[in-house]
Design a protein around this ligand. Structure first.
Ligand code: R2B
Ligand code: URA
Length: 381
């Protein structure tokens, strides 16, 4: 059984390790255990919130060093607290959407712009704000920040530190972070959308292991369960694919680390691999990817509501190679984006901030007249 009651370094240092061990230990749950566990989780969220939010909901850092510094350079984003007016640039951000590749996040930025009816000022276009970092890409579409995070937990870790500090410098209020990714499914077909319930590390622990000053610590890799359920509820019966919730295994490698037989090395047999995948499945794992534990651990530690939504590129019970045709894969990769767009639209609509239908079509009042004007102009070229 995976030790879901991982208990270390979860909130402040005023509480003893034992205290949190008890509070996270699911074994003391009895008849109405699920309710007790949820109530305790709420208590913990409240405690984390005290340390990670100012009274107006803006992000408070759990690092006293930052406010003592003359300037804070967010090196990998090519931004700085004194070189840029971060509040002016990013203060209205409500949703931070992250995904592996720069191109996918650029596509998402254009997609979400249309979905929320956001209009760019006339004559302007989306710019990669972090272009000069040559590391990550970042696009801002009104309240939505779209950022690429690269592959694997170290890359995500660096980005998360800087994104959380960016939220602090910009004075963003209660931002929500969502990872939009790809994964290998276990017992689910390619194209299935998977919302992570819990992120597990390679040893099936619901935590991320950090080595800090030579010491090993674990932080819970917890995601917001309510947000996961809210996202799941936005799946439509008309979607021509399944959207499910389950546990996600996060590995440090794509090949041997995910039990693939097709890496440059492989010292196990096909039956070893299948036994491992079956064991994962028996533990409720429905997909494998490479970023969820660090993403969950750092958002949780920062008191940030977060979710992971991935699309399966293959069913690992059937093979290892990712070989779906490009067009099919592109269509699959749009699926988590569609779900996240529904969520963002829903939240904005609740706040009365969703632009009307004309907004959603950009600045074109009449497509017919627009065409005529274009044709007229071309005639004079
Ligand atoms: C999914 O896909 C990538 C590996 O191909 C990795 O970033 C992940 O989590
Ligand atoms: N990403 C992964 O990490 N694993 C897969 O099998 C597919 C995508």
């Amino acid at each position: 059984m995976p030790p879901t009651g991982i208990a270390v370094d979860v909130t402040d240092h005023h509480h003893s390790h034992q205290d949190y061990k008890h509070r996270f230990d699911p074994t003391h749950a009895n008849g109405n255990g699920a309710q007790i566990a949820e109530d305790e989780e709420e208590d913990i969220y409240r405690e984390v919130r005290k340390q990670t939010r100012y009274s107006d909901g803006t992000v408070k850092l759990r690092n006293p060093n930052i406010e003592l510094m003359d300037q804070d350079i967010l090196y990998h984003l090519a931004l700085g607290s004194e070189s840029h007016d971060l509040n002016e640039m990013f203060g209205d951000v409500k949703f931070v959407c992250m995904g592996g590749t720069p191109k996918r996040m650029e596509n998402f930025a254009h997609f979400i712009m249309n979905e929320i009816g956001y209009k760019l000022p006339a004559g302007t276009m989306l710019q990669d704000i972090s272009a000069y970092s040559y590391r990550y890409s970042m696009y801002k579409v009104g309240p939505v920040l779209c950022v690429s995070h690269g592959m694997g937990t170290p890359s995500v870790s660096i980005l998360m530190h800087e994104m959380i500090k960016l939220m602090y410098h910009a004075k963003c209020q209660d931002p929500v972070f969502i990872r939009i990714g790809t994964c290998g499914g276990i017992g689910v077909e390619g194209g299935t959308v998977i919302i992570t319930e819990d992120a597990l590390d390679g040893q099936l622990r619901n935590s991320h292991e950090f080595t800090i000053l030579g010491e090993t610590i674990h932080r819970p890799a917890k995601l917001d369960k309510k947000l996961a359920r809210e996202l799941k509820a936005l799946a439509s019966p008309d979607d021509p694919y399944d959207t499910i919730i389950g546990k996600t295994l996060c590995t440090n490698d794509f090949y041997e680390g995910q039990g693939r037989l097709d890496g440059a090395f492989c010292d196990f047999s096909e039956s070893d691999k299948m036994a491992y995948l079956e064991k994962l499945s028996a533990n409720g794992v429905v997909n494998i990817e490479m970023e969820s534990t660090i993403f969950a651990a750092l958002t949780y530690h920062a008191g940030i509501k977060a979710a992971v939504v991935c699309v399966a590129l293959l069913n690992r019970l059937n093979g290892d190679q990712v070989n779906a045709p490009k067009e099919v894969m592109n269509e699959w990769q749009a699926r988590p984006q569609i779900l996240v767009a529904r969520y963002i639209r829903k939240v904005l609509a609740q706040k009365g901030q969703l632009k009307g239908i004309f907004g959603a079509q950009g600045s074109i009042k009449s497509p017919r007249r627009f065409k005529l004007v274009q044709q007229e102009s071309q005639a004079h070229e």
